[in-house]
Design a protein around this ligand. Structure first.
Ligand code: PMP
Length: 425
């Protein structure tokens, strides 16, 4: 039998520490919301590959679609020889996206690529260079997207200089109000950048890595207004919120605000690398032929998987399921707060099945070290769960939306055990 430790020893030699591992286990196989490591131990998976497996590991519909595609062809490069699954997926996303009028879609492989290309498209369509993002936001780790990401360590440390023309405005969470965010944007326009030079404002409908803070609808509506007034494009980064996770197909639908561009990835293809930019046709069509594209973008297997994922979301009513899971998670976590036998926690927050809570010290301050210990104890007891938040103080739950109720409850039982106060701590 292989061992987790042996694989990790090899990993430490062969792979740089810059890509950090949350767990020291090695996957052997996985099915829906369960994963087995190479030593045969079973885990409930509340990480879902960082919000990717909304339809679970190896959903049978997704597997069948990919197998069928594998038997026909695996790669042509779309720009060399086009294929129907790419076109069909674009048509489907255009119809589903909360964009009035004609929409278009272009496909890539990763979330960062989608964000980079949304910025390229916005720059080409507006003839402007600047981009505004929010503190605490996560948009990726590539050279452009790390500059957009609103957190220095570890994402920007030692990787400068950052791309020019990018400005951050305070995100309204903690003690920052929407009015203060908007005032900061006004001051930015007055002091640093002419709004007529701004190509795009990019925002997550719920800050994901930043701590599962839903963006107030009031802010989204105000940004829509400001964008309309100044000819700026509003980009919704739905990489983490996308595809039923929040209880709607796209997180921004909760607000009723229509973005000009939407970036998608993660949950789109049920475990296959696929990302995209969906947007208003007039904007999307601004780039010259050859200005967009990557060799693997919109891989045939990933497109086949995504078409199956969209079917599953519809047929298994995963938007409704996300709301049900979210309510169950919130109720259970709310019950953890105020219990003397458990580590101190905050009230739950999030949207739909995107739920997080902070681990606090006895004085009520965020306690990232304690959060790490909770994650480690959960893993020891058979639950994979992640942290998030500016300090890594929050526990975030991203269970597959296809998780059976019994496994959801089992995962929450383990989480409760992991929160138990230990003597001597
Ligand atoms: N945007 C958001 C909102 C994300 O959550 C992430 C990934 N966590 C990204 C962009 C980058 O995606 P990727 O890791 O696929 O490049």
């Amino acid at each position: 039998m292989q061992s987790n430790a042996a694989l990790h020893r090899r990993r430490l030699e062969a792979i740089p520490r810059g890509i950090a591992n949350v767990t020291a286990i090695a996957a052997d196989r996985a099915e829906n919301a369960e994963l087995w490591d190479v030593e045969g131990r079973r885990y409930i998976d509340f990480a879902a590959g960082i919000a990717v497996l909304n339809t679970g590991h190896r959903h049978p519909r997704v597997m069948a679609a990919v197998h069928a595609q594998l038997d026909r062809f695996t790669h042509t490069a779309f720009q060399v020889v086009a294929y129907e699954p790419y076109v069909a997926l674009a048509e489907r996303l255009n119809a589903l996206a909360p964009i009035a009028g004609d929409a278009q879609t272009v496909l890539f492989s990763t979330g960062a690529e989608a964000v980079e290309n949304a910025v390229k498209i916005a720059r080409r369509a507006t003839g402007r260079a600047s981009v505004i993002a929010f503190t605490g936001a996560f948009h990726g780790r590539s050279l452009l997207t790390m500059a957009l990401t609103g957190k220095v360590a570890p994402y920007k440390t030692g990787f400068g200089p950052m791309q020019g023309g990018i400005h951050h405005v305070p995100f309204p969470s903690g003690d920052i109000t929407v009015a203060e965010s908007l005032r900061a944007l006004d001051l930015l326009f007055a002091a640093s950048v002419d709004p007529k030079q701004v190509a795009a404002i990019i925002i997550e409908p719920v800050q994901g890595e930043g701590g599962f803070h839903p963006t107030p609808h009031e802010l989204l509506r105000a940004l829509r207004d400001i964008c309309d007034r100044h000819g700026i494009l509003l980009v919704a980064d739905e990489v983490q919120t996308g595809f039923a996770r929040t209880g709607k197909l796209f997180g921004i639908e909760h607000s009723g605000v229509e973005p000009d561009l939407i970036t998608v990835a993660k949950g789109l293809a049920g475990g296959f690398p696929l990302a995209g930019v969906i947007g208003r046709k007039a904007v999307m069509d601004a780039c010259d032929p050859g200005g967009l594209g990557t060799t693997f973008g919109g891989s045939p297997m990933a497109c086949a998987a995504a078409l199956a994922v969209l079917d599953v979301i519809e047929e298994e009513r995963l938007c409704e399921r996300a709301a049900t899971i979210g309510a169950a998670l919130s109720a259970r976590i709310a019950g953890f707060a105020g219990r003397n036998d458990l580590t101190r926690v905050s009230a739950p927050r999030g949207l739909g099945a995107m739920v997080a809570f902070d681990i606090l010290d006895d004085a009520g301050a965020p306690d990232p070290q304690a959060a790490k210990r909770v994650v480690a104890r959960a893993l020891d007891r058979g639950l994979i769960v992640l942290t998030c938040g500016p300090l890594g103080q929050a526990i975030r739950i991203l269970a597959p939306l296809t998780i059976p109720d019994a496994q959801l409850a089992e995962g929450l039982d383990i989480l409760e055990q992991a929160l138990a106060r230990e003597t001597g701590e």
